[in-house]
Design a protein around this ligand. Structure first.
Ligand SMILES: NC(=O)c1ccc[n+]([C@@H]2O[C@H](COP(=O)([O-])OP(=O)(O)OC[C@H]3O[C@@H](n4cnc5c(N)ncnc54)[C@H](O)[C@@H]3O)[C@@H](O)[C@H]2O)c1
Length: 251
């Protein structure tokens, strides 16, 4: 089920956390993997680990998703190495908290450039290759903070809401090329990004009390949803956002 043999997948922000979990899952299912992130050495080491663990081809390519030049180079190098691109997972993102009244224009621009412009740049560059083969799966990691408000995170909430509707828009435009575009919206997932929340026992227990499953999520919880969405079994699913949050936002 959900076989990805011979598929080529690029995962952004994949040196650690959710992105690494996604890369591992797709490699386990048979895909050739490009680990992309802001640090070449860490990309290489995550790729080497995955290649050895799952006996798959995996390479690391440095790419800041907010730079068009680096994004174009990422896609070009991927196609040079593997001959095609089937799957793009837009996972790279930054979380930034500051009260609205203290926000600067620079704070706002930085978050929007990585979290939202990055998804646009990577999706457009990837779709150019996917269109050539009339095949493609694009999945972006949004957030429940794109559906409900989260305190002191104006730009983050706006960027993630932007991803959810950009997903719908791109799904409409790319359907004629047999490209599916979907999103996964995580709740609280244990990664370096959320370490400070989980380590603050008082805040963590308060948060858990609002989550029906009464636990934090793990990168594998998100990877499982992404695995389905990038598979051929999800061919008729497009423009959707699957919320993976242990029920946090249903009550
Ligand atoms: N952890 C959570 O609870 C949670 C919840 C909702 C959404 N998310 C989203 O999941 C995604 C992964 O987050 P995570 O929790 O694994 O965090 P993380 O900080 O562990 O990983 C994010 C990765 O993105 C990379 N990155 C940052 N800026 C980049 C850039 N400009 N170009 C390329 N890569 C860049 C980082 O280097 C890092 O490796 C993010 O988009 C985040 O917003 C996380």
């Amino acid at each position: 089920m959900f076989d990805l043999n011979d598929k080529v997948a690029v995962v952004t922000g994949a040196r650690r956390g959710i992105g690494k979990g996604i890369a591992e899952k797709l490699a386990e299912a048979g895909a050739k993997i490009v680990i992309s992130d802001i640090d070449q050495e860490e990309c290489d080491s995550a790729a080497a680990e995955i290649a050895e663990r799952f006996s798959r081809e995996a390479i690391g390519i440095k790419c800041d998703v907010s730079s068009k030049e680096e994004v174009d180079s990422l896609i070009q190098k991927t196609v040079e190495r593997f001959g095609k691109l089937d799957i793009l997972v837009n996972n790279a993102g930054i979380f930034f908290q500051k009260p609205l009244m203290d926000y600067t224009e620079e704070d706002w621009d930085k978050v929007l450039q990585v979290n939202l412009k990055g998804v646009y740049l990577c999706s457009q560059a990837a779709a150019r290759e996917m269109i050539k083969n009339s095949y493609g799966k694009i999945v972006s990691v949004s957030s429940i903070a794109g559906i409900i408000g989260y305190p002191d995170a104006a730009a983050y909430c706006a960027s993630k809401a932007g991803i959810i509707n950009l997903t719908r828009e791109m799904a409409i435009e790319l359907a004629k090329h047999k490209i599916n575009v979907n999103s996964v919206a995580p709740g609280l997932i244990e990664t370096p990004m959320t370490q400070h929340i989980i380590e603050d026992q008082e805040q963590f227990q308060k948060t858990l009390a609002g989550i029906p499953w009464n636990r934090q999520g793990h990168p594998s919880d998100i990877a499982n949803a992404v695995h389905y969405l990038v598979s051929d079994e999800a061919d008729y699913v497009t423009g959707q956002t699957i919320v993976v949050d242990g029920g946090w936002t249903i009550q």
